[in-house]
Design a protein around this ligand. Structure first.
Ligand code: G3P
Length: 217
């Protein structure tokens, strides 16, 4: 399973990329709005750092505007992926952009029916938001299972990009279900490392080693 980081922070992306475990980046208008500087320059820099798919989202809500913005985003760098919302205009834009060879990530997906539409429109990625479903007392991970089943049934090439991941169990469950990608905020990627027994074990190994060295000295 691929791991993307969901942030617009170049500082955070540089730090996480240095771990060698990141395959791509997702951004959205809320995330990019937090960053200083021109968003195109920032996306370009992110592409240079990760050398993998980087999603940049359109803010137009009509198909013509999405196409204009989408083509502009795609020109930033060959790694760019255009993110469009799952609306009628977004699906029309997805179909057209995909036809032009531009990779599209269909976002704000909350049902299996919507995920089916994204696949039929030729999306490269579909982004179901598991955390936001959990927020409204609906099982987000159940949606991932449904989408993976449907895509498998028909061998759709669209990759399931689990978004709005809030904690490590979202990632573990997504991997067990065979989702293609999880995108997570830096803090959640950081949390994947944590286990108290790792810390306790390392401390014990080092103490035993030091003790043995002292005896030998
Ligand atoms: O990738 C989508 C993500 O940015 C949404 O996450 O935590 O705002 O629901 P969240």
């Amino acid at each position: 399973m691929k791991l993307f980081v969901d942030t617009g922070s170049i500082k955070d992306i540089e730090a996480i990329a240095s771990l060698g475990i990141i395959d791509g980046v997702t951004t959205n208008p809320s995330l990019l709005a937090k960053e200083p500087g021109d968003f195109r320059d920032n996306l370009k820099r992110i592409c240079e750092i990760v050398q993998g798919p980087v999603s940049g989202e359109v803010t137009a809500t009509d198909t013509a505007g999405m196409l204009r913005e989408g083509r502009d985003i795609a020109k930033i760098d060959p790694h760019m992926v255009v993110k469009v919302p799952l609306t009628r205009d977004g699906i029309r834009a997805c179909k057209t952009l995909a036809g032009e060879g531009i990779r599209v990530n269909v976002t704000l997906v909350f049902s299996a029916a919507q995920a089916l539409l994204a696949a039929k429109a030729g999306a490269t990625f579909v982004s179901p938001f598991v955390g936001r479903l959990d927020d409204v007392a609906t099982d987000g991970m159940r949606l991932i299972r449904e989408i993976v089943d449907i895509y498998d049934n028909y061998a759709f090439k669209t990759e399931v990009l689990v978004a709005s991941c809030r904690h490590p169990m979202h990632i573990v469950e997504a991997a067990r279900m065979g989702a293609d990608i999880c995108t997570c905020p830096p803090a959640v990627i950081d949390a994947l490392f944590n286990h108290p027994l790792t810390n306790i074990g390392l401390e014990r190994f080092l103490k035993d080693w030091e003790k043995a060295q002292a005896v030998k000295a």
